[in-house]
Design a binder for this molecule. Structure first.
Ligand code: PEP
Length: 258
């Protein structure tokens, strides 16, 4: 059974003191919810403050990026070895990094391998943009991304990965994909490609989140779909009540399967 997973991507928001307050606001409520993996992904500089707040709880910490080398002359970058002391997860291949920092599938693939090598769980984002969606290219784009970013992984490594299906046109727009469309892309595109690459047992075991304007109001419908194993939440993860409510809904819909 796939344990549901809800992750909050705080993006470039919150100073360390604000991050500490937001994490503290959520901590007790999140801690009361069982059967769902809960992950907070603050900016790098906020990670120590948030890690301190959630220490000793079931709440995990994720980073939003890494550089695929253990250490060295890479000014401004953060390595998986550095993250490993405070984080369990790392978001990789987010569409904002693909768009603004020109990350392509082969670079993301190096990051995925580096995360796995150092014991971090990558949350790897894939998804088509509006133009590709309108041109009927969703299947081609998403399957190409899955093949690219997971190139060279062993079956054992793939089992440790979390995928986030995030249609780019749905991110930060208030316009989420329909539950039927999210379920279809995950169930009929992503899992079949995983099956082809790693075998059907792996395809059925890997957790795939939906991301893109997911909130407390629309999460139930999305999470009720069989192929949607959780959510990667941007804007709504910055509001303590809203994020906690999404986690609660995930527990109600899926928790018993965890
Ligand atoms: C995201 O950044 O991964 C995301 C899904 O953002 P939002 O929920 O704001 O659309």
């Amino acid at each position: 059974m796939r344990v549901p997973i809800i992750a909050g991507n705080w993006k470039m928001n919150k100073t360390p003191s604000e991050a500490r307050r937001l994490a503290a606001e959520m901590r007790e409520e999140l801690e009361r919810i069982a059967g769902v993996e809960k992950v907070l992904c603050p900016p790098f500089i906020d990670i120590p403050a948030v890690a301190e707040v959630v220490q000793g709880t079931s709440i995990a910490i994720g980073a939003q990026n890494l550089f695929p080398a253990p250490s060295g002359a890479y000014t401004g970058e953060i390595s998986p070895v550095m993250l490993k002391e405070l984080c369990q997860f790392v978001i990789l291949g987010h569409s904002e990094r693909r768009a603004y920092f020109h990350e392509d599938d082969s670079f993301i693939n190096r990051k995925v391998l580096a995360a796995l090598e150092h014991g971090l769980t990558p949350i790897v984002c894939v998804g088509e943009n509006l133009e590709q969606n309108r041109a009927g290219k969703t299947e081609e784009v998403v399957s190409g991304q899955v093949r690219g970013v997971f190139n060279g992984l062993s079956r054992e490594q793939m089992l440790r990965v979390v995928i986030a299906y995030e249609p780019v046109w749905a991110i930060g727009t208030g316009l989420a994909a329909t539950a039927a469309d999210a379920d279809r892309v995950i169930g009929q595109v992503i899992r079949p490609v995983l099956s082809d690459l790693f075998g059907e047992d792996v395809a059925q075991a890997v957790r795939v989140q939906y991301g893109g304007s997911m909130n407390a109001a629309n999460s139930r419908e999305l999470l009720e779909r069989e192929n949607v194993d959780g959510g990667l939440i941007g804007g709504a993860s910055l509001k303590a009540n809203e994020f906690v409510e999404i986690v609660r809904i995930a527990a109600a819909v899926k928790g018993c399967k965890g």
